[in-house]
Design a protein around this ligand. Structure first.
Ligand code: ATP
Ligand code: MG
Length: 364
């Protein structure tokens, strides 16, 4: 090969080597950049994942349910509380409603909700926030009941007091009349009137004794023993009927209460449960503890009651029975109240009822 050509070739090689060196350097720098970019993307992904987890933790720890809805049947997002409460078919009923806020009551409780359309690129979606206000509603109902029964009790006591004096005089004069010489038929009439007067007197005494503030005769006992004894005693009257009874004890410790009055509570609740069962049924009584309270639940699978009946249950003289006086639950209410406790009732027509008596385990 001629020298000029050799020089040319060597020049070309050196240029090629230079170019390939610079390519290599460029490639390495690109590689470094890609690695750095990858690391940055990974870091950003980690940060995003952390932010997502943080947001979900916050949303899950909220005491309310948060749901994001789109067109489809399933929510796009539900926080922990929403998943818990959604079982009640809450979202389905919400979808069909055109309201933007409201209150919803079903068998699982009472919920207050509000919905808001999303924007900033999330158009077409809406967020629904709902709050379980069951406990709050129960407490509100209890306070209203306390106020109503206090006023009713006061009025009943005042009326009873006013009736009692003339009734006493009537009874006295009737007894005097009974001792005088009377025709047989007149004596019979006097007997009838006296019978009626005595019946009214019994009712009045009942009202007076259960509307006055109670003085409790306290003793330390196991409530489970008292419940078992009362059930055994009451069972005598259901012998001829197909009613089974069950007592479940989850609280054994003795605590302070008035045994005679608590027996009266149990007897009234048991009698009502028996009345609620038509032909065949079961009464279950359980003793448990719940946040510092001893709870006795009396549950029957009888006729149950409407919401209307449930709201008036404790009113004096409220009864749906032909031979009922409507004083049983008023008495129960007053006794439980005197113990510093409270009552809750859950019931559905044709399903049964459950009365829950909450008694504070420690008296203040
Ligand atoms: N377990 C129950 N299941 C269904 N309804 C009930 C139950 N307990 C009470 N009720 C309803 O509440 C009403 C009031 O009960 P409450 O015990 O105060 O009076 P009563 O049973 O009618 O009469 P009494 O004064 O003889 O007890 C009842 O008439 C009944 O309608
Ligand atoms: Mg009763």
């Amino acid at each position: 090969m001629a020298k000029p050509e050799l020089n040319l070739l060597s020049c070309a090689f050196s240029e090629f080597t230079k170019a390939s060196d610079s390519l290599m350097t460029y490639y390495h720098s690109l590689e470094t950049q890609i690695r750095q970019l990858k690391e940055q993307v990974e870091e950003k992904n980690n940060q995003l994942e952390k932010a997502r987890k943080y947001l979900h933790t916050i949303l899950d720890s909220l005491p309310v349910g948060v749901v994001v809805l789109e067109k489809g049947p399933e929510p796009v997002f539900s926080n922990k509380n929403a998943k818990k409460l959604n079982g009640a078919g809450f979202i389905d009923s919400l979808k069909s409603s055109g309201e933007t806020f409201g209150e919803l009551k079903n068998r699982t409780g009472c919920f207050r909700w509000r919905r808001e359309a999303l924007n900033n690129g999330f158009e077409g979606r809406e967020v629904v926030v709902f709050e379980d206000v069951t406990q709050m509603e129960k407490m509100k109902e209890r306070l209203e009941r306390d106020e109503r029964l206090r006023a009713m009790g006061e009025m009943a006591a005042r009326i009873a007091h006013e009736i009692k004096n003339p009734l006493g005089s009537m009874e006295l004069f009737l007894s005097m009349l009974q001792q005088s010489k009377l025709r047989k038929v007149d004596r019979k009439y006097v007997d009838y009137i006296l019978f009626g007067v005595k019946a009214i007197d019994r009712v009045i005494n009942n009202i007076l004794s259960y509307t006055r503030p109670k003085t409790l005769v306290l003793q330390e006992e196991r409530l489970a023993d008292l419940v078992n004894d009362t059930v055994q005693f009451m069972k005598v009257s259901i012998k001829s009927r197909d009613i089974s009874t069950r007592v479940e004890t989850f609280h054994e410790r003795p605590f302070v209460f008035d045994p005679d009055l608590m027996k009266l509570v149990m007897m009234n609740l048991f009698a009502n449960a028996m009345d609620a069962i038509d032909e065949k049924g079961c009464i279950t009584i359980a003793i448990k503890e719940d946040r510092g309270y001893v709870v006795v639940s009396v549950c029957d699978d009888g006729v149950g009651m409407t919401e209307e009946v449930r709201k008036s249950l404790f009113n004096p003289f409220f009864t749906t029975k032909d031979k009922g006086l409507g004083l049983g639950l008023f008495i129960v209410y007053n006794i439980v109240k005197a113990h510093g406790g409270y009552i809750e009732v859950e019931s559905q027509p044709n399903t049964g009822s459950m009365f829950l008596i909450y008694l504070p385990e420690k008296r203040i």
